[in-house]
Design a protein around this ligand. Sequence first.
Ligand code: B12
Length: 216
Amino acid sequence: MVQANELGERFLQHLEKLDRNAADEMISACLREGYDPEVLLKDVIIPSIDVIANKQQNREVVVAQIYVMAKIAENEINKVLIEMPIKPRTKGTIILGTPMGDYHGLGKKLVATFLRLADYEVMDLGLSVNHFDFVNMAIAFNAQVICVSALLLHTALGITQIRKELDARGYDHIKLVVGGALFNFNPALKDKYGADAMAPNALDAVRVIKELTGGD
Ligand code: B12
């Protein structure tokens, strides 16, 4: 079976060429041949997205290219997710979304996946979520944690509004966990926006939430 790093290089080339069909054929073939979907996600698709994000940082690609690459990557993430085993979720409920005005969804999707794989029930409220909806849903579903994925500076204020709303309504025991490019660039923003914790990636999101909620 082909090694994950070789597959990663191939997948990255397909993304860079904006070749949706080649990316799709490659991932479909891997799944047909019995490749572990979790390995495909962690060692092939995510590292390729990281390379593209870095290129964007260095202005080697433009927004239009990023848009198409993100769409191709998202399609393949969805395809892989369908193949992942669904286990009974017993570790508690987590509310997840992006702040109002933020339409970056790839990181959120990965965080939801890794939390589900770690047996959390994740209610993904989607993109551009009002702070009242985060809080109302957390209360209604007795969630232990609200997770906010924030990539844009100008919309991250929604996180402070969630904190204020939780405190004002006497639900300050519900933990607020943040992540996304914004916090990877500047982890200190976590305190500025009143979050309890941040994590730099989806794997660490699971670790941080376990620590906060006392899970094993
Ligand atoms: C892809 C992308 C887009 C795509 C989004 C497609 C989609 N379906 O999501 C498109 C092209 C649509 C887009 C649009 C825009 N974007 Co954009 N985009 C990016 C880019 C290149 C990569 C983001 C990404 O998907 N990364 C891959 C994922 C997997 O990584 P991630 O989101 O960081 O998630 C990981 C961790 O952060 C963590 N994590 C994520 N969420 C959470 C949540 C919790 C609770 C935890 C614990 C952890 C966690 O785990 C994830 C997996 O490991 C970033 C650059 C960057 N370096 O991030 C810019 C970036 C975020 N975009 C930016 C901007 C400005 C925009 C636009 C305004 C247009 C523009 N001028 O570029 C619009 C705004 C649209 C809107 N209103 O939302 C800026 C934001 C700057 C800022 N400080 O505000 C960035 C940083 C680029 C830059 N350097 O200028 N973008």
